[in-house]
Design a protein around this ligand. Structure first.
Ligand SMILES: Cc1cc2nc3c(=O)[nH]c(=O)nc-3n(C[C@H](O)[C@H](O)[C@H](O)COP(=O)(O)OP(=O)(O)OC[C@H]3O[C@@H](n4cnc5c(N)ncnc54)[C@H](O)[C@@H]3O)c2cc1C
Length: 428
């Protein structure tokens, strides 16, 4: 008989949800000292920082019911306030539907190209996009692509969108029609667009309140913290962890796919070669405290496409939920281009200059502290090889009865809701 009906690797949102929905006796192995994964919240001197913005958008009744049951009335609803800073002006998000306020030459270029691309799409003469840059040119026009989509996404991934396939974008990039683009250029502000027009969030404690509530419902004798498997045999169905060999009937892994392959002693060469082809940008961000109550013009986050800034997005937790900073102060996250070579002190200085430029602070000393953070996994790079290599690996594990799920386990671009839904399915 196996030691556990179900072994789960990783106690992030995916692993915790799997455990909660599993009917088998489970054993949950987590390498860090507490659950949550990317949903951890750091408390520095009363300022709370998530792993950059983690705002929950729920559309599916199963996740709505799950979170309502878990959190009761402990969630608040927030209407998104997001903007773009470029050409020295603040415009509404999404860029493509809110050109109003930009310099006239930029608006003209964006509009002319958007109209030209709409005409060629309507005439059926538009090319089939071979990559994300071509997709942006064809669907938004070269102006919008040049002024926002291409530079912003290059900063986010650290690779140009011409290296990224177009498929993943449909859901995450708001797609206005030409009438909406024209309205937005003339200041008839588009109605809120995109997948995240409002979100919910824990009233207190940061996003980690969710995994904390999940973990509280689990039998703690079934969770091993500070424990990462050192070896896994897919055919013989065992892992070595915590100094012992643990056999299973079923295994769900949420560790990053390349790490799963590395620990799998019987992975064939073809799977190891495929794993070597997977690319992901690392996460680099800064937790920042300000001695002002409502920076960024009250926005929850601001996109910065221009290369002169080493950061691509600056967000303010406490603008969305006041409990995330002491009274009269604010907590910010600053997301850094993964390939920036600028030293930290210079990045902090650039941030102070930026905050003064947009009128959020008047003195550099109003930036109270800046703490730099790194995480090996950020955004999967969907280049040409990504999906075939990933699917080959996932198929091999499936053939062994192993499910590799989650943001980095399934090697995907997902939301918290996606992670919960996938885990509910994997648990059964
Ligand atoms: C920068 C960023 C911002 C985001 N913002 C949002 C947002 O605003 N809204 C939204 O809906 N989603 C957002 N997401 C997505 C969200 O974070 C993920 O969907 C979700 O956290 C995925 O959870 P997971 O359990 O799959 O992965 P993870 O959170 O990475 O959890 C994996 C867990 O496994 C553990 N682990 C790893 N390897 C091992 C090992 N070998 N042995 C044991 N344990 C191991 C880790 O310590 C971790 O606890 C964001 C993601 C990122 C990167």
């Amino acid at each position: 008989m196996a030691d556990a009906g179900l072994v789960i690797i990783g106690a992030g949102l995916s692993g915790l949800t799997t455990a909660l929905f599993s009917r088998d006796d489970f054993l949950l192995l987590e390498k860090s000292s507490r659950p949550g994964g990317l949903l951890k919240t750091e408390d520095i001197e009363g300022f709370l920082f998530d792993f950059t913005g983690h705002w929950l958008h729920l559309r599916d009744p199963r996740t709505k019911d799950f979170i309502a049951d878990l959190m009761g009335d402990g969630m608040v609803t927030v209407n998104r306030k997001a903007a773009i800073w470029s050409n020295g002006v603040m415009t509404l998000f999404p860029f493509q539907a809110n050109l109003f306020g930009l310099p006239p030459a930029v608006i003209r270029e964006c509009l002319q190209e958007a109209v030209a691309s709409a005409v060629s799409r309507a005439a059926g003469t538009a090319a089939v996009p071979g990559n994300f840059e071509e997709y942006a040119n064809i669907h938004f026009g070269r102006g919008i692509a040049r002024h926002f989509i291409v530079p912003y996404n290059t900063k986010l991934w650290g690779v140009p969108p011409s290296e990224v396939t177009a498929e993943w974008t449909q859901r995450f990039v708001p797609m206005p029609d030409i009438a909406q683009i024209i309205d937005g250029a003339l200041g008839f502000s588009a109605q809120a667009m995109g997948y995240n027009v409002s979100f919910i969030y824990p009233a207190t404690g940061g996003i980690e309140s969710i995994p904390r509530a999940m973990a509280a419902r689990l039998d703690h004798s079934r969770i091993m913290f500070n424990t990462a498997p050192t070896a896994l045999n897919a055919d013989e169905r065992w892992v070595e962890a915590g100094g012992r060999r643990i056999s299973w009937d079923r295994l769900v892994s949420t560790t990053a796919l390349p790490d799963l392959v590395k620990m799998t002693v019987d992975a064939p060469d073809v799977i190891r070669k495929a794993a070597a082809e997977l690319r992901c940008s690392p996460l680099r961000f800064v937790n920042v405290a300000l001695d002002v109550p409502t920076p960024l013009d009250g926005n929850h986050w601001i996109y910065l496409p221009e290369t002169k800034y080493p950061f691509y997005r600056v967000g303010c937790f406490s603008n969305a939920v006041k409990s995330l900073a002491p009274a009269g102060k604010s907590s910010l996250y600053v997301e850094l281009a993964p390939d920036t070579t600028m030293p930290e002190a210079e990045i902090t200085a650039a941030l102070q200059d930026f905050l003064i430029e947009i009128g959020s602070i008047t003195e550099k000393s109003q930036l109270l502290f800046a703490r730099y953070r790194n995480h090996p996994w950020g955004y999967v790079i969907f280049d040409e090889r990504c999906v075939p290599a990933r699917d080959l690996i996932l198929g091999w594990y499936r053939s062994k009865g192993i499910k590799s799920i989650g943001r980095y386990g399934a090697w995907t671009y997902n939301s918290m809701e996606d992670a919960m839904l996938e885990a509910m399915a994997a648990a059964g």
